[in-house]
Design a protein. Structure first.
Length: 468
């Protein structure tokens, strides 16, 4: 028993001596990775090897790589643990960087739809965004459609979107803006675009409230006399929506595809686009959001607007041989309007009939004036109309030099004339009048004198159309 006890004591003594690092020579010491060892004064002395992962020192370089939690967890500690509600520490695929990234399954798509009537048009706006929102990769998508369009509006084009909100400090901020320039062709179609959030923040995670979208748009308004270009804007308050964003630090990358299914844009993504998709308009291509000189509403409605709908009271737009033209609507009936007057010119009287079509087609129709001689005073003779002029105020619409000599009572004369003015718009309503020049002979004693005169008759409003 004593012998066994002695053996145990000797073993324990040797173990303690070994644990204390006592040595006689270098080879007695245990080799450790990232350390050089030597035996000094019977003690193993371990010296860290510089830039070696496992030496217990956080260094800029570890085994030839940049030192961090992913390249050398032995010295830096492991890349793990949450940071806020939505982010966690993760190594990238190459295991070269420890960064903040979204927790798995943390994001979900949110959407909200709003409707609003503005300027007689009923807009429908739907917003799509991730919750939480990744500032480095996500976009705020906006779809805009029209559930009804006022009768006098056409060519409605969304020109710009601005997303606004309040941060956690109740400060109003512009979250992002996007130039759009897209037509809403009809109530069956809508436009879609994406806003990249671009604002300064030092927060890792934050909630943005009181979201709103400022929508700028333009359209043509039919005033009844002409079409006016209108530019307006209105704000959509997204009262139910909150944007919770997170600001990861992980390495950014482009999405798998940037194809927007539009042949008019060049789609790309790179560091120069900040790793967001870019859709750059291609010059002279249909779909580049610009109505080029060789395009029109029939060949490229997405850039120029749709060729349809009424134009004024009597016309409609239609495509003909790939050109957008206007024509008289099928249900429109062209009716002649006649204004009668008995005109007493002192020395003679006329029954006059002024006739024109309603509406008046400047490419086909003519003004017509019919005159009957009712009476001639004694001493007067040879009444004659020499010129007829149609006017809008002082602007000449049509004129004709004539020589209409009345041979006797009951004699009738007529003059017809096309218009001589040009129209830029498809239609216009003008307040018109007629000026008639005349002459006659008057017996004064033994002498016969030539007399001249003129008179003006106001016709009122005439609706002119310029189809084609």
């Amino acid at each position: 028993m004593r012998k066994l006890t002695l053996i145990i004591v000797l073993v324990l003594t040797l173990f303690i001596v070994s644990a204390c690092g006592e040595c006689k020579k270098d080879s007695d010491c245990e080799n450790k990775k990232c350390f050089t060892v030597s035996c000094k004064d019977k003690t193993c002395d371990y010296i860290p090897v510089p830039e070696c992962c496992g030496n217990g020192i956080k260094e800029n370089t570890e085994d030839g790589a940049v030192g961090n939690e992913c390249t050398c967890p032995q010295d830096y500690g492991f890349c793990q643990g949450s940071s806020g509600q939505y982010l966690t520490k993760l190594c990238n695929d190459e295991k070269t960087e420890c960064a903040l990234d979204f927790k798995k399954g943390a994001q979900k798509m949110s959407s909200t739809t709003y409707r609003r009537a503005y300027s007689g048009n009923n807009f429908k706006v739907t917003a799509y965004y991730n919750t939480p929102f990744n500032l480095d990769a996500d976009t705020f998508r906006v779809d805009i459609g029209l559930e009804s369009i006022q009768d006098k509006a056409s060519d409605i084009k969304i020109t710009k979107l601005t997303l606004n909100g309040k941060n956690s400090k109740s400060k109003d901020i512009i979250l992002g803006e996007k130039e759009v320039n897209k037509y809403i062709l009809d109530t069956e179609t809508s436009i879609s675009d994406e806003i990249i959030l671009d604002f300064t923040t030092t927060e890792q995670e934050e909630k943005i409230s009181y979201l709103s979208i400022l929508i700028n748009f333009e359209y043509l308004y039919d005033s009844g006399r002409t079409k006016l270009e209108k530019t307006e804007s209105f704000k959509f308050d997204l009262t139910k929506a909150e944007l919770i964003y997170a600001n990861p630090t992980s390495q950014r990358a482009c999405p798998d595809s940037c194809d927007d299914d539009n042949a008019g844009t060049a789609d790309s993504c790179s560091a120069s686009t900040d790793f967001f998709c870019s859709h750059k308009p291609i010059p002279n291509a249909c779909g580049n959001f610009k109505c080029d000189s060789y395009e029109d509403k029939c060949t490229c409605p997405q850039d120029c607007g749709k060729c349809d709908g009424t134009v004024g009271e009597y016309l409609e737009s239609t495509c003909y041989q790939n050109k957008c033209i206007t024509q008289i609507r099928n249900q429109v009936s062209i009716t002649p309007e006649t204004i009668f007057e008995e005109r007493n010119l002192g020395k003679f009287k006329l029954n006059i009939y002024y006739t024109y079509n309603k509406p008046f087609n400047i490419k086909e129709d003519s003004f017509k004036v019919d005159m009957d001689l009712l009476s001639v005073t004694e001493g007067s003779s040879s009444p004659k109309v020499t010129k007829v002029v149609f006017l809008e105020s002082s602007t000449l619409l049509a004129d004709k030099e004539v020589s209409l000599l009345f041979s006797g009572l009951g004699d009738s004369k007529s003059v017809s004339m096309p218009v001589t003015f040009s129209m830029v718009d498809e239609y216009d309503e003008k307040i018109t009048s007629v000026k008639v020049y005349y002459e006659y002979k008057e017996q004064v004693g033994d002498e016969v004198k030539d007399r001249q005169g003129s008179f003006i008759k106001t016709l009122g409003n005439i609706y002119f159309i310029n189809p084609g």
